[in-house]
Design a protein around this ligand. Sequence first.
Ligand SMILES: Nc1ncnc2c1ncn2[C@@H]1O[C@H](COP(=O)(O)OP(=O)(O)OP(=O)(O)O)[C@@H](O)[C@H]1O
Ligand SMILES: [Mg+2]
Length: 155
Amino acid sequence: MSEELPRAGAEAPGEILYSERWTIRGGDFDHGGEVAAAVKSTLRQFAVAPEVIRRLSIANFEAEMNVIMYAEEAVLELQVLPDRARVTLADRGQGIPDIGLAMQEGWSTATPEMRQRGFGAGLGLPNIRKNCDEFAIESTVGVGTTLRYGVRFPL
Ligand SMILES: Nc1ncnc2c1ncn2[C@@H]1O[C@H](COP(=O)(O)OP(=O)(O)OP(=O)(O)O)[C@@H](O)[C@H]1O
Ligand SMILES: [Mg+2]
């Protein structure tokens, strides 16, 4: 299954100015948010506009926590292009049976333990889509989920 907003397609590889990858481990709540923080530092080094960093960091944090809660392992790749920063986050895990449902605000399969930690409002995926100019999600049950999202730089 998949769902896309416009502009989530592939660009010529020559446009990529910089890329970097981080690994996220499922269940690793103790380090939750560290990859989003590392991406933020990288973007600051590139003097990316604060508003772009803010929006992408919200998306990265939500996506990272979803891997920790619902997947086994993932690689997050940041790409900086001349006109935008974008992220591909591919996980190995249970996958999402119904993406339409998962994208609905308030829908969550979080466990009571996760809710005790303050997660499970069912707002993570909708927040990623809201904060990004491009967004796509694909998932195969029993295999994993891939998110692609990005934020354009202001003119
Ligand atoms: N990477 C993933 N792998 C498998 N299932 C996922 C993944 N990401 C999200 N889901 C499923 O989609 C649901 C909705 O995700 P979403 O991030 O919107 O909310 P949540 O994680 O449940 O709560 P919140 O993000 O508000 O803490 C999750 O409850 C889970 O069932
Ligand atoms: Mg979430």
